[in-house]
Design a protein around this ligand. Structure first.
Ligand SMILES: *[C@@H]1O[C@H](CO)[C@@H](O)[C@H](O)[C@H]1NC(C)=O
Ligand SMILES: *[C@@H]1O[C@H](CO)[C@@H](O)[C@H](O)[C@H]1NC(C)=O
Ligand SMILES: *[C@@H]1O[C@H](CO)[C@@H](O)[C@H](O)[C@H]1NC(C)=O
Ligand SMILES: *[C@@H]1O[C@H](CO)[C@@H](O)[C@H](O)[C@H]1NC(C)=O
Ligand SMILES: *[C@@H]1O[C@H](CO)[C@@H](O)[C@H](O)[C@H]1NC(C)=O
Ligand SMILES: *[C@@H]1O[C@H](CO)[C@@H](O)[C@H](O)[C@H]1NC(C)=O
Ligand SMILES: *[C@@H]1O[C@H](CO)[C@@H](O)[C@H](O)[C@H]1NC(C)=O
Ligand SMILES: *[C@@H]1O[C@H](CO)[C@@H](O)[C@H](O)[C@H]1NC(C)=O
Ligand SMILES: *[C@@H]1O[C@H](CO)[C@@H](O)[C@H](O)[C@H]1NC(C)=O
Ligand SMILES: *[C@@H]1O[C@H](CO)[C@@H](O)[C@H](O)[C@H]1NC(C)=O
Ligand SMILES: *[C@@H]1O[C@H](CO)[C@@H](O)[C@H](O)[C@H]1NC(C)=O
Ligand SMILES: *[C@@H]1O[C@H](CO)[C@@H](O)[C@H](O)[C@H]1NC(C)=O
Length: 623
């Protein structure tokens, strides 16, 4: 039976919802042992200075979506003011492909989320679904008294089969917001879809045959959602509350599938919002601490098919816009915060087990989880249009159990904890379709290392995750291609609480976030088809008096470098207390582009400079 979490979690009991939200400040409570839990809520109590000041533009640095030079068809699918929406069902709209759109084929479909907000408000997580298939997971920007505006654009071409269907479908957005005397910000939102026509095929073939291939590859024929089906079947994430909580859903696939990829959406909240800084239970117990998030710093999302682990997700450390020091993310939002990364798991080798026309179970759990993880997934299926039945067989399945080595070394509240983990999952299987017999081998190789130092009020976290995925096919067939992705996620936090006397203390935080990925068109290729180096460094101080933040400053620097063969994009941008200090954008693929010459700020550490320089001169990563 599919698991259907009850509607009880939506009860409008003020005690039930206010408590977890106001405690939604675990970083301070866990990073700074003597700190209060009310820091986040009080930071924004400065009065509005000038009502005529224009709204501030907030943004996440990312490369622009490559769209053809053609006017798209557009459809405003939702216009809604998210006021007191907490505990209410998702906001729904009927979706129909725009009937006045003259085009038949599309090269790109883009979702655009435009929003304004003014006043005081928390960061709110939200999701967007079509027929239960999640299209976007995101976090709102936190407003200021003078108002903010932000826009998120996402390439949703991979959901084409759904978007171009001629059925009426349900479009759903869940954004749980609370508006009261203190938290005044209402999120005013417009969601618009843009359908870019396929440009002349001849041109495409001449200029970018390879890209055309990869675009076709990205579109499945059928997408099965693994999300909560509330009474209206609109879609919502599952809530995973602890390490033994498993969400199972039964499903069936058509009998002519020849490729299958599971796309997993993940976000972490409340006690696990900052899981990478959670303390070991031994340390909490030895010091008789209460109210601190535990279970240590390692988390793993595990996906199983009929009880066998088929893939793991070791997520990137997305920091939401109220996290660590909210001023860090104004106006430059943290990496992934406006468009959370999703993770693909190749299921094709297991098709032999699924093509029997019978129901099967897909399940999700999170190792070491604390309340709460929001997880759902979409199963992308490619169908053989020339046959009603494909066949397959799983040839090899190799899973090395999670390897953990850890060191706990502490005396009283001071100590050092190291957690290292590794994981290996590999499967090989063949599928016979009208394209022939294609053998697919999928491999995930992961490693993780987290070092945490506690010293008085000081917490230092250093974390690196290597996430390597590869898919090998023995013969090329449409939509069945070999590829490899090497991801490297970095997280560093230095956080301290310095007593100034008279009930005043300084809350200091330096943070580094890094998201690096190299993609290869062939699992054995040595040079990448694209590479991304995205590094963000911030530092901030908040002055806390009697548990209230009385003032704060923060600055953030980001260097984003994408190299994708013919398309390149780089951006170096920095902000301090809401003001952009510099913002340089480059789009030439020349490694020595103009943006190279900008001066590095003094406070950057030597390793950061090295990483930055490496990203500019194209040195290989040091792993
Ligand atoms: C508010 O700002 C605008 C433009 O920045 C300025 O013209 C105006 O005088 C300011 N009003 C007040 C009350 O400070
Ligand atoms: C959304 O905001 C962007 C950026 O300001 C703008 O270009 C776009 O036209 C807006 N979309 C709509 C539908 O107003
Ligand atoms: C949403 O669209 C309406 C109508 O076009 C417009 O008045 C409003 O400013 C838009 N809001 C945002 C946040 O883009
Ligand atoms: C909808 O599409 C299906 C196949 O894609 C087609 O058979 C059917 O006639 C279409 N219905 C309408 C109302 O266009
Ligand atoms: C874990 O969460 C599930 C789902 O909420 C609950 O039924 C179960 O009792 C919890 N287990 C523990 C050990 O807390
Ligand atoms: C923790 O509590 C126990 C039992 O009350 C006590 O014996 C022990 O000394 C306490 N430890 C610390 C570090 O406070
Ligand atoms: C799926 O799980 C349900 C219970 O969660 C079980 O009754 C059913 O037999 C399972 N089906 C398969 C194919 O494993
Ligand atoms: C953990 O991994 C780091 C980085 O690879 C290494 O330096 C360290 O020795 C490892 N520690 C343990 C306890 O395995
Ligand atoms: C991932 O691939 C890189 C480059 O080949 C390699 O250096 C690293 O050790 C790999 N990591 C894991 C966990 O396999
Ligand atoms: C912990 O470290 C702090 C700061 O360095 C120091 O004052 C304190 O004495 C240390 N406590 C123990 C038990 O070592
Ligand atoms: C943290 O940032 C402060 C400036 O706010 C700087 O003085 C300090 O050296 C930094 N510390 C580390 C460990 O990066
Ligand atoms: C931000 O505030 C701090 C402290 O007031 C100040 O030193 C810094 O110069 C400010 N930054 C800008 C760009 O105004």
């Amino acid at each position: 039976m599919p698991t259907e979490p009850s509607m009880a979690s939506f009860t409008l009991n003020p005690l039930l919802y206010l408590l977890p939200l106001l405690l939604l400040d675990p970083l301070f409570s866990q990073a700074n042992l003597h700190n209060s839990k009310t820091l986040r809520s009080s930071l924004f109590s400065q009065p509005s200075t000038n009502e005529t000041t224009p709204p501030t533009l907030f943004f996440e640095v990312t490369k622009p979506i490559q769209v053809p030079h053609a006017s798209p068809c557009s459809l405003t699918i939702l216009q809604h003011d998210f006021g007191f929406t907490y505990g209410k069902p998702p906001v729904l709209a009927n979706y129909n492909f725009p009937s006045d759109c003259p085009f038949q084929e599309f090269s790109k479909i883009v979702l655009e989320w435009n929003a304004t907000c003014k006043g005081r408000q928390f960061d709110r997580i939200f999701g967007v679904w079509l027929s239960g298939v999640e299209l976007l997971r995101s976090c709102t920007a936190e407003p200021r008294a003078t108002g903010i505006f932000w826009t998120v654009k996402k390439d949703i071409t991979r959901y084409s089969s759904l978007l171009l269907s001629n059925k009426t479908q349900t479009f759903a957005v869940y954004l749980g917001n609370i508006v009261d005397k203190t938290y005044t910000g209402v999120y005013h939102v417009n969601v618009t879809l843009y359908f870019y026509p396929a440009v002349e095929k001849i041109d495409l073939f001449k200029e970018k045959r390879r890209n055309l291939g990869s675009e076709i590859d990205s579109k499945a024929d059928l997408i099965i959602p693994f999300s909560r089906s509330l009474p209206l079947n609109d879609g919502l994430w599952y809530e995973i509350q602890n390490a033994s909580d498993v969400k199972v859903k039964e499903f069936e696939i058509p009998r002519n599938v020849y490729r299958a990829v599971l796309e997993v959406y993940v976000s972490f909240h409340e006690n696990d919002e900052f899981w990478y800084g959670n303390l070991p239970n031994e340390y909490i117990a030895a010091n008789n601490l209460t109210g601190y998030a535990g279970n240590g710093a390692f988390r793993e999302v595990v996906v199983s098919l009929d009880g066998d682990v088929v893939g793991a997700v070791w997520p990137f450390t997305v920091v939401f816009t109220g996290g660590i020091n909210p001023l860090l993310w104004r106006p430059i939002s943290a990496i992934g915060s406006f468009d959370l990364p999703t993770y693909d798991i190749e299921i094709t080798p297991f098709l032999g087990n699924l093509l029997d026309g019978k129901p099967h179970n897909l399940s999700f759990s999170v190792t070491n989880a604390l309340n709460v993880w929001y997880i759902d997934a979409n199963l992308h299926l490619w169908l053989d249009s020339k046959s009603t039945k494909t066949e397959g067989k799983l040839l090899q399945y190799d899973i090395v159990p999670l390897g953990v080595s850890s060191v706990l070394d502490f005396k009283g509240l001071n100590g050092t904890f190291v957690t290292n983990t590794t994981r290996f999952i590999s499967s090989t299987g063949w599928v016979t379709s009208s394209y022939g017999t294609v053998t697919t081998k999928a491999t995930q190789e992961l490693s993780y290392s987290n070092t945490m130092v506690m010293n008085g009020n000081l917490q230092i976290i250093n974390q690196i995750t290597h996430f390597n995925d590869s898919v090998n096919v023995n013969i090329p067939a449409p939509n069945a291609i070999s590829k490899k992705s090497l991801k490297r996620f970095l997280f560093y936090l230095y956080s301290d609480e310095i007593d100034q006397g008279n009930g005043i203390s300084l809350s200091v935080a330096n943070v580094t976030l890094g998201f690096n990925e190299k993609k290869f068109n062939d699992a054995d290729a040595s040079s990448p088809s694209s590479s991304l180096q995205n590094l963000q460094k911030g530092k901030g101080v908040m002055v806390v008096k009697d548990n209230l933040v009385v003032s704060g400053v923060a600055s953030t620097q980001q260097s984003y470098n994408y190299h994708g063969g013919k398309f390149c994009y780089s951006r170096n941008v920095s902000s301090s207390n809401y003001t952009i200090l510099y913002d340089e954008v480059g789009n030439t693929c020349n490694k020595r582009s103009k943006t190279f010459g900008y001066s590095l700020s003094r406070w950057w550490s030597v390793p950061a400079r090295r990483a930055f320089l490496a990203s500019h001169v194209g040195e290989p990563n040091r792993n």
